[in-house]
Write a protein that binds this ligand. Sequence first.
Ligand SMILES: [Zn+2]
Length: 260
Amino acid sequence: MTEVWVLGSGTPWPEGGRGPSSFAVVHGMEVLVLDCGAGASRRLVAMGRDPVQITALALSHEHPDHCGDLLAWLFACRVQRRPGRLPLLHPEGMSRALDALCVGWPSLFEWPGGGVDRMPLASEHQIVVGSFNISATSTAHSVDTRAYRVQLPDASVAYTADTGPSDAVTLLANGVDLLLVECGGSDVDPHPWHLGPSDVARLLSAARPAEAWVTHIPPHADATAAIAEIAKAGLRIRRAEDGDVWRRGWTSAASPSTPD
Ligand SMILES: [Zn+2]
């Protein structure tokens, strides 16, 4: 049974109850983490899984609100001597930032008996990791960024990451069971690299996901008005909250399941 856990539904603006971007796609014992904003590993522990034992980590881009927990995460893997290789998916354009981290903290990428396999993704990329069939596509953002679609036997999930209006992202999200969609922009003051509520409504009307959870709404925005605008798409939507769990067919978020 596939679940999606919200580890961070926030933005670069620090908020007490909301960490920056991070989500976990949980399929039995396998865990694919999409982005790791600060505090994501701690949230995963709180929800019942060991960050050191994840299957893979897929980063959307180099902005720290999407990868700020990376050093802490890899240090935990090193200290606990995680065996084997940890796949680290990332856009090609993030290679320079990761190279810099490798220079400064080489021991975080290789340790006795294990290490990180960096997997740079082209602008359109398909890759299978464990049970996760992953499609990545470039988004409309200020740095090289990938949105992800994850196909599993019992569910399909897409994550827009950060993006302005994008036909490629709309196509990627077509008909998924759950779309994690950013709403970091505003209709009053449109932003080229983020979606305003009207942009999100248009995306949903075109992609027709079974359900959409809205994330990345900045604390200074009127979230209630944004959700009301997005609801005009006529689909099942809600604002994602940290700690939420999605499972197909559920009518509301609930507690995470424990592995069999
Ligand atoms: Zn960004």
